[in-house]
Design a binder for this molecule. Structure first.
Ligand code: AMP
Length: 113
């Protein structure tokens, strides 16, 4: 989708700092990091949110989660990390292309602020 920010990042039309890539996934650093490591993992194909992706292509959802784990390992988050998929308006989703936040590098409390 030409008007989707994350589709444009995957296509290379908007610059990003790539940290991991597979045939069907792409991971890049969040421009406003909330922790020392903050990486976004997306499917290259456009799906609006995690529910839409689960319905359309659950194997791709598994690929996204596996990529998120690979990112956490390559970033050295041996002490643990947090995966977040904000979904919909009430979930705080601001970009309508499903993405998983990989957060780590500091201790995290629960619930988040
Ligand atoms: P969410 O609020 O869960 O939809 O997350 C969207 C995330 O995208 C936010 O953490 C933003 O900081 C991040 N973001 C927005 N624009 C860019 C960009 N051009 N490059 C990298 N991250 C971005």
């Amino acid at each position: 989708m030409s008007d989707c920010l994350f589709c444009r990042i995957v296509a290379g039309d908007v610059p990003s700092t790539r940290v991991h890539e597979t045939e069907r996934t792409f991971a890049f650093r969040d421009v406003t990091p909330q922790s020392p490591t903050h990486v976004l993992v997306v499917p290259k194909a456009h799906h609006a949110d995690v529910g839409a992706l689960s319905d359309a292509d659950p194997a791709l959802l598994a690929d996204v989660l596996a990529a998120a784990v690979a990112v956490a390992r390559s970033e050295g988050l041996d002490g643990g990390f947090r995966l977040v998929a904000n979904t919909g308006a009430d979930g705080g989703q601001t970009v309508s292309h499903v993405h998983v936040h990989v957060l780590g590098g500091r201790g995290m409390t629960w619930p988040p602020g």
